[in-house]
Ligand binder design. Structure first.
Ligand SMILES: [Zn+2]
Length: 225
């Protein structure tokens, strides 16, 4: 027997394991690749009667998908808008049912009940509950036990690292919002962009096309969370 057989077998085994490993990595969503520039457009606090459809129109025109962190109580009379978003390939994710900080942040149980109620709306539209969550106001100041309740409940939560700043600056023009969006990018490889599609955010819908073109011009792909 060739004395090199064990060595050759060891090399072949190593190659096979490496191939399996690479295969698994490649099977991951595109967002796991640091070298691919990706922007995740996210819209909080909708749906609303005029702004959400205007946002959807721009996304459709530009063939870009986004993630909508919805408020369940806003959705009651606007399920057709969410059905449209879902039908056009966007992701519906949990933000809150009530968006009432004093209520939802009062205890882990209250928070999970609010999430569940919002998720019932999503499930009615999409056929399945979402596992993607955004804390109202962001997770930055949320108590550790509340974050733990969310992750233990099977959710992944996302903050943002770029923003239209349309919440802090309600009177900003579309041009200002565009400048905010592109100048607040903290991680140029993986941009999670915060914007709002609530009732008074028509300037956001107006600014959106220019923001999308900015990232397209720089070779970004667009992902959903
Ligand atoms: Zn919100």
């Amino acid at each position: 027997m060739n004395r090199n057989v064990p060595a050759i077998m060891a090399i072949m085994l190593t190659i096979a394991i490496t191939a399996i490993f690479i295969g698994n990595v490649l099977a991951e969503p595109a967002r796991s690749f640091a070298e691919e520039k990706c922007v995740y457009l996210t819209f909080d606090d909708g749906p609303s009667d005029r702004v959400t459809p205007a946002v959807l129109d721009v996304l459709k025109e530009e063939n870009v998908k986004a993630t909508f962190f919805i408020i369940g109580s806003n959705a009651k009379r606007r399920k057709d808008i969410l059905k449209r978003a879902c039908g056009e390939g966007h992701t519906l994710a949990v933000h809150s049912y009530s968006h009432d900080y004093s209520q939802i942040y009062s205890s882990p149980e209250a928070l999970l009940a609010d999430i569940q109620k919002c998720n019932e709306v999503i499930e009615e539209i999409t056929g399945e509950p979402s596992r993607v969550y955004r804390f109202p106001g962001g997770s930055f100041t949320v108590a550790p036990e509340l974050k733990k309740a969310v992750t233990d409940g099977g959710f992944r939560y996302f903050d943002w690292n770029a923003s239209f700043r349309d919440s802090e600056l309600p009177d900003a023009s579309p041009e200002e919002l565009y400048k905010n969006a592109v100048s607040t990018v903290a991680n140029p490889k993986r941009v999670v962009m915060l914007a709002h599609d609530s009732t008074n955010k028509s300037a956001t819908a107006c600014a959106l096309k220019k923001v999308i073109l900015y990232f397209k011009d720089r070779g970004y792909s667009f992902g959903t969370l």
